[in-house]
Every structure is written in C-alpha cells, then in structure tokens.
Design a binder for this molecule. Structure first.
Ligand SMILES: [Zn+2]
Ligand SMILES: [Zn+2]
Length: 915
C-alpha cells in the first residue's frame, strides 16, 4: 500500500480518521475540492480547497493583533504554557543525534532517535512545545523570491505522546490549535479551513490535518498512529502528535506585510532597505508579492526558467514591462535573500558547523558565497558582521545563546569571506574564458564549475556571464551531496541468533587482565565466550589482543550484544570448555591512555582554537593516537603548542576520570549535545566519560582513572587532511616515553658524530654548519683553480669522431655533482671549440641520472646541438631533456641504460647530426 492507497483508505472513513469534536461542536462541514479532489473542512460553503486561494491577507490581515516574529512567539509560548505544555529550548540546528541527517530539518527530529534501523520517540516532557530552528536547503532558489521560502525557519513543534501521562489525541490537539488561531491571534473561525492529508515516515504513518487561513498554510497536525510496513501495520503503543507551524507564517498572517521576510527578521530588513537606491512604496510591493506567492503553489512547470515565466505573467497582469518590474523587485529579493542566508549561517556556525566542501558544510559555503556575490552585484557597502549583530540583537530575546558564540561566528565568516576574495581573480579568469568561447552553460556545466572551482552561478550572473540562475541548480547540487551522506551501520556475521549477550567484564571492572570464561560457540575462526574482558574494535579504539587458553587472539569485534574473538587456530578449543583467558596488558594499557588523551586533546583544541572544534573522528592504537578535529585552516606552530600545553596541564592536575551511565534524554539535557563527539549512541543508556568539568563525552571506550596516569601528551604532528578537518597525531603514556627516548638516542648519535656533548649540541651544530659552508667555498675555489688543467686533459682524452676534427668526450660519474661537470664542461669547450662534452651523473641509490652536454663553437658550426643531444640521451634513459645549441641538460631513471648509452654515444651523436 502506497501513499495513494492510504490516502484513499483514510478519506473513505473520515469519521474515524478526520472528524474531531470541534467540527461537530461548531458545525464544520466536509467538502471536496472541485479542482484537486482533496477533502477539507470549513464553516462556510466552499468548493475549492485553500491551495488555489490567493493570499488575501497581504495588505489586509484577518487578525485583531499585529505580532512580529518574537512577539508572535511570546504569545504562543504563553498560550501553550497556560495549557499545560512544557516549553523546551531549541535543539542545535546541527543534528548530532542522528547519523542520517546533517541538519535539524523539522521540530520532531529533536525527539527522534534511531535504534536498530527504527525511529523511536523520546520526549523530554509531555506534552511540550519547542521553537525549533530548522535548516533546509532544497528550496534555495526560491528564497527571497517567493515571499515565504527559507533556508532557516522556526518550526513551532507542539509534540505529545498520546498514550503517556499528560498526553492527548486528535480532539484536544485541534481544539488547542483552533484556540491559538482564534483566541490568541484573533482570527475569525469562518476564516479557518482544515485540509485532510496523510503523513508517511520511516516505518510509521498516520492522518494529518493542515490548517489554512486565506490560502496560507499555518500549521500541520500529524497524528502518527500506525507502525509497520505498508501491508502489515498495527496501532502504535505510543501514538505521537507532531504539530508543526512556521513561526514566520504565524507572524505574517497578523502583519499582512508584502512578504513574510518583512516581519521575520526584526530590524535586519530595515537596515538592508537603506541600501536600496530607489525604494518602492509598500502598496506596489504588496500587489507584486501577493501575486507571486499566490501563484507559486500552482506552478506545474518544471523547467529551469519557471520563476522567470511566472514573473512575466505577473508583469502582464500589472501592466509593467518585465525588465522594469525586474529592476524594481530584484533589490528587494536580494535583501530578503541576504537576511535569510546570514541568519542560517549565524545558527549553523553558532551550533558548531563550518563552511567547507564536505558534508553539510558545503551548504553553508554556498550560502555565504551567494551573499557575497549579491552584495558585490549591487555594489552595496554591507558589513556581514553588522548584519550578524543586528540578527543577534533581535533574536536574543528568543534565543539568548546566540550571543555566546557571536565572536566565533564573526571569525569564521571573516576567514571564509577572505578565502572567497582570494579566489576571485582565478574565478574571473575562468569566467572570461567562458565568455570568450561564448558557450551556453547547462546546469551540469554550472555544477562542475562550482564543484571544481567554487564558482557559484550567482557570481556568473554578477559578472553577466549568464542572465539567469537555472531554478534546479541548487536542487541538483544538493542531491549530489546527499549521496555522500553517512549511512546507518549494518552487521555482517550471520548465525548468532539465540545466543545470550556476552557479559562485558571490561565495563564491570576495567582492571581485569585475566579471567575464566566458558566457550559457548565457535563459528569459523571466531570464539564466543559467556563473558569477556577483551575490548572489541569500536569507536576508533583498536581491539585487545592476548590469549584464550594457549591460542592467540588476533581480532575482537562486537556484533549486537555479542563479542567475537578471532583466534589463530582452534586446535585446543572446543565448545563448552571453561578456559583461562589473558589480555596483552601493555597493549590495553597503551590504547587506554591514548583514548583518554584523545578526549583531553579534543577539549584542549576547542579551548585553544574555538567553539567550532568537534571531533571528526579518532583512532587509538598501541603506538600512537590520532584525532581529527573540525577546524577551518591548517594549524601553526603556536596553535599546536597551545593545545599541547592545555592538555598537559590537565594531565598534571591529575583530574578524576568519572564514568557513569545515564538515561539518554537525561544526559542530553544535563550535558548538551556536546557529548556526541564520537558520534551517535544507538541505545537509550548513555555511558558518560567525564574528565572533571573539562571534557564530557558519551563514550564506550576504556579509560584511565586519573589524568595523571598519562604522564605526558606529546603532539607529533598536525596536518590539514581535508577542507575543514585537521589531524593531530600524538603519543601518551609509555608511547610518549618511548618517543622521548628515541629522540634522545638520535640526539646522542648526532652529539657523538660531532664529537660534542648534549649541553653544547646547538653550539657544536652551528660550528659544524659554519665549517661545512667554508668547506663548500674552498671546493669552489679549488675547482676554479684546477679546472684549466682538467679541461686540458678532457681535450687530450677525447676521441675524434668526424673528419672535420670534431671530438667527443664522455664520462660517467657516481661521485661528483653537476656543479663540477658544468664547470669543467664549459671550460673544456672554451679551450677546445671542436669538443663535445657529455657527462652522465648518478649519485647512488634512489637518485636518477643527470645528463650534462656542452658543444664547442666549431662543433656547433658543423651542426652539433647540445640541447638535442641531451634530449635524445635523456629519452633513452626514460626521461626528458633539452637546452640550447651550446648547453643542454636532462635526466632519466633507467640506470640499466647508462652503459648502453655510453657505448653507443658516438653513433647517437652522429645520428643527431644527421637529423
Ligand atoms: Zn484543491
Ligand atoms: Zn571516547
């Protein structure tokens, strides 16, 4: 059964699925739309559903109150609070608790957790209301244009578990929402229409009632009632109400402004309007945007210039030439877009996301580049920082937390803006090539330009390479990036059904290194024990090794509740056997220390660099650990030192490492989503590892008891491994001591070689460098003084190769360098103009062969050419070369070819002459 079948099923029994007590009490009647056949409920007789209605509230709002964005929220908050709802603070817009989402796309996502590929609901209180900022990037091209599309919007989530204490179901939900519209906003009941619909999600579905006023959808109450697949479903044990209403729209309906943007950004729009040279009166804008937003729903056109077509229709209706109309409205569209995009960036960066080319970060980068391009196109003197400030100033009344990270948001936007500015020259070059070739760019061309060179279509429009941005550009680009989205984990070894869960001794007492256990199953080379202290591979922590009986354990993995030990052989092992097991102590100890060090470094990095630092991934092995953090640039030496210093301060403070299990909801509320550094925890119990108040993470790994046990944390290197991710490699505990010892050994070797002592090492080394410089100078002088004699012997030892007196000298040298041969070669041909000087130089293992050729003046007159000879020789040595007639050079890597080249050099040279 698909969406259509469920829809038919529900509408065939409206009394069961849609009729709520309010409809009977007030006399709402059920109608069928003559245009789209949808069913809807209203007090007055109508034959078309609200989908086809014009936005007649623009310029003429149906309410007795005027509520701006924050004002509307305050009223809604008060209303639901007085009706027994808890008000929950918004969740981050970066969705750290769902592996399948980068951003929070709806209020209900706050309360969804995924376990065993199933969505479960966890509500922190019941019932509740949350003003959830949501980010969506599938309508980017409509933002600023349609009057109501956003990349970030506030979804008022009225959520409740119908079957838990405090819960309610359809009747009460619709009563409350009706009350909100009529009593709080002052909308007349006749103005309200409820449209029947259905909702289908992952493994659950239900009916829904959307409510509209004058063509504008204000909210959608979803009643998630059934679970199972489409053919086999049952009523859920805990039915969920998920009513979502856009705050932007609730404010808009009371204000009746030309667009919903005009009432949703506080003074940001006013600030931006100042930059528009020719401002238009509100009546004109109201007329225009009313037409746009009313018609927007019904575009059935999928072509890339659908927005343009729509505007052309409107220009005819308004009797204004299209170009003229475009000139008036485009600066307004621009300021609305800027307002939306900067607000999105503010929330996303505040909540720890970074613009980049990977994952969700790409959405943020493209938004910022759009903003910068638009500002550039209109030549407005707008400071992004001022905009962010104006946003925060307004929004802090609702989201006070935005003030905390304001400075960080500035920093990131500054870095990204500078980065964009520095690539503009290259972008300009590419663009002018496109213009020269006069090529029509397809959507795919544009996508390629963005992916490979970061060129946005807005930029191309700005410099007039294209006239319009295809309306499907952002959708297509977004699809491309969604393919790379993280996928859910799935297990691999089969046939474990029915086995009891393995008792995890490493959680009960992490100090156990020896234990007895019973072998309950052997599957291929995997041994399953009733209990184990072997830590399985997971969360970036390498597995324990050791012995089961006298058999070596090579690998340990966990699948579901069961730990599997892969052993070297099964010779002495059999099912049912009770056996002594032993861990490799040193290994466990070292890996454990690297794990705790990862946590310490993660928070040290955040303290040293900024709030955007999150663990991207981590790896903890015996000899070293690796931590990848999210950061915008490569680290400099000072930053690495700062991180290391903080980390070692924590080690020296010998802080307590406390491990405790919490209910998931409790831990999220108590410690915030910062706990999910290592990713999502797929169970309702969360193990919290707390290093005093310094670092708090949800983690299933092994840890030391006190930070002092680490002894020392030493960062070995830092590297920017991809856009937005920096890798730190480090050692701690014994591995750090080994590292220091090794360094010491190296120093000792150097000291001895220099005949110095450790105390005087730097002085001795400086002296050594000086001497080496002096030696080089001496050699140069020596070479200059002896070169005439050497050159003479070259001439004497050369061989005549043609009747006109041209001579050839060849040599292979494994000891001296190019400088020597260049000096001697040049000297030789000046002494003997008939001479051709060829030298092959190779300086031992791994180095290639260099070819140096000089041709004397007379030999040149006979047609011999140094560059050509160098080229031919180099090619036959597997490389390349060239030069002018007097001096040629090149090289290759086929050392086996040296002898042959030398032996046949005469023939080579003669052939070169013939050519
Ligand atoms: Zn309809
Ligand atoms: Zn951890």
């Amino acid at each position: 059964m698909g969406k259509k079948e469920i829809s038919t099923l529900f509408s065939s029994d409206p009394d069961k699925y849609y009729r709520v007590s309010l409809f009977d009490r007030l006399g709402f009647k059920r109608n069928k739309c003559i245009s789209c056949e949808k069913f809807f409920w209203s007090l007055i007789d109508k034959n078309i559903c609200p989908d086809h209605e014009a936005y007649n509230f623009i310029g003429n709002p149906p309410t007795n109150k005027r509520l701006d964005y924050i004002g509307a929220w305050k009223e809604i908050e008060k209303y639901f609070q007085s009706n027994g709802h808890s008000i929950v603070r918004r969740y981050p817009v970066v969705c750290r608790w769902r592996e399948d989402l980068y951003f929070t796309i709806a209020s209900i996502v706050d309360f969804q957790r995924i376990m065993n590929n199933k969505v479960i609901f966890e509500l922190p209180s019941n019932p509740l209301v949350v003003p959830q900022m949501c980010l969506r990037f599938n309508d980017v091209e409509n933002v600023g244009v349609s009057g109501r599309h956003y990349t970030s919007f506030c979804m008022i989530g009225q959520t409740c578990n119908a079957d838990a204490p405090g819960g309610y179901w359809k009747d009460h939900c619709i009563d409350l929402d009706f009350g909100l519209l009529t009593n709080v906003l002052g909308i007349k009941p006749e103005e309200i229409t409820f449209v029947e619909d259905i909702w289908m999600g992952a493994g659950a579905f239900g009916s829904s009632l959307e409510y509209f006023v004058r063509g504008l959808e204000l909210g959608n109450a979803v009643f998630t009632e059934f679970e199972g697949d489409e053919n086999n479903y049952r009523i859920m044990k805990n039915k969920i109400i998920d009513m979502g209403a856009g705050l932007e729209r609730l404010s808009w309906i009371t204000m009746g402004t030309p667009t919903s943007y005009d009432c949703s950004f506080g003074s940001v729009i006013k600030y931006l309007e100042n930059f528009i040279e020719v401002q238009k009166d509100k009546n004109f804008l109201s007329t225009y945007f009313k037409l746009v937003s009313s018609k927007f729903n019904n575009i059935e056109d999928d072509s890339s210039d659908k927005i343009k077509k729509l505007k052309k229709t409107i220009s005819q209706e308004m009797r204004i030439p299209f170009e003229h109309l475009e000139k008036i409205v485009s600066p307004y569209e621009a300021i609305y877009t800027i307002a939306d995009h900067t607000r999105t960036l503010l929330f996303a960066i505040s909540d720890g996301s970074l613009p980049s080319n990977v994952g969700g970060g790409y959405n943020l980068r493209i938004l910022l580049r759009r903003v910068l391009s638009i500002i550039e196109r209109f030549k407005w003197n707008i400071k992004i920082e001022d905009l962010i400030d104006t946003h925060v100033e307004y929004l802090k009344n609702m989201y006070p937390e935005l003030e905390e990270n304001k400075q960080e948001v500035y920093t990131i936007l500054k870095i990204e803006s500078d980065r964009y500015a520095s690539t503009r020259q290259r972008m300009n070059d590419i663009a002018s090539t496109i213009r020269k070739n006069n090529k029509q760019l397809t959507v795919d061309d544009l996508i390629r330009l963005y992916e490979s060179d970061g060129i946005t279509p807005d930029f191309l429009k700005e410099i007039n390479v294209i006239t319009d941005i295809p309306s499907n550009f952002y959708v297509k680009l977004s699809e491309l990036h969604n393919i790379n989205q993280k996928s859910l984990y799935s297990p691999s070894i089969e046939g474990l059904d029915g086995l009891p869960p393995t008792k995890l001794l490493y959680y009960e007492d992490s100090s156990i290194r020896e234990f007895y256990a019973q072998i309950i199953k052997i599957k291929e080379n995997y041994v399953i024990l009733d209990q184990t202290s072997f830590y399985p591979r997971g969360g970036g922590q390498e597995p324990d090794k050791g012995n089961i009986g006298d058999v070596k354990v090579l690998e340990v993995i966990k699948q579901g509740d069961i730990v599997l030990h892969r052993v070297e052989n099964l010779s002495s092992l059999s099912e049912g056997l009770r056996i002594k097991c032993r861990l490799d102590e040193g290994r466990r100890d070292s890996i454990t220390k690297h794990h705790t060090a990862t946590h310490i470094l993660n928070s040290s990095s955040r303290n040293a660099l900024g709030s955007w630092v999150w663990q991207n991934s981590a790896f903890k092995d015996v000899n070293y650990g690796r931590l990848d953090i999210t950061h915008h640039s490569a680290l400099n030496k000072e930053e690495v030192e700062r991180i290391e210093k903080t980390a070692n301060e924590i080690v020296m403070k010998n802080l307590d490492v406390n491990i405790k299990e919490y209910e998931r909801g409790e831990s999220e509320q108590k410690f915030s989503f910062r706990i999910y550094q290592g990713g999502v925890v797929p169970s309702n119990k969360v193990r919290i590892v707390k290093i005093s108040e310094f670092d708090i993470e949800a983690c299933g790994g092994t840890h030391v008891n006190r930070t002092g046990e680490l002894g020392l944390i030493k960062i070995l290197k830092s590297e920017r491994i991809q856009d937005g991710v920096v890798r730190l490699e480090f050692v701690a505990g014994q591995a750090a001591i080994n590292y220091i010892k090794n360094q010491d050994k190296n120093i000792s070797f150097i000291t001895q070689s220099l005949g110095s002592s450790k105390e005087k090492l730097t002085d001795s080394f400086k002296k050594y460098l000086d001497e080496s410089e002096k030696l080089k100078t001496k050699i140069k002088i020596l070479l200059r003084k002896t070169s005439p004699i050497l050159a003479e012997s070259v001439s004497t030892n050369s061989k005549q190769i043609s009747s006109n007196g041209v001579k050839l000298f060849t040599t292979y040298d494994g000891e001296l360098d190019e400088e020597f041969h260049i000096t001697i070669g040049e000297k030789s041909i000046s002494l003997d103009p008939f001479l051709i000087y060829i030298s092959l130089i190779s300086k031992g293992e791994g180095e290639g062969i260099r070819v140096i050729v000089f041709v004397g003046e007379t030999a040149r007159k006979y047609g011999f050419n140094a560059g050509k000879i160098a080229k031919v020789f180099s090619i036959s040595l597997g490389g390349s070369g060239g030069g002018d007639s007097k001096f040629g050079q090149g090289g290759g890597r086929f050392k086996n070819g040296i002898e042959e080249v030398l032996n046949s050099s005469e023939r080579y040279v003669s052939e070169t002459l013939k050519r």
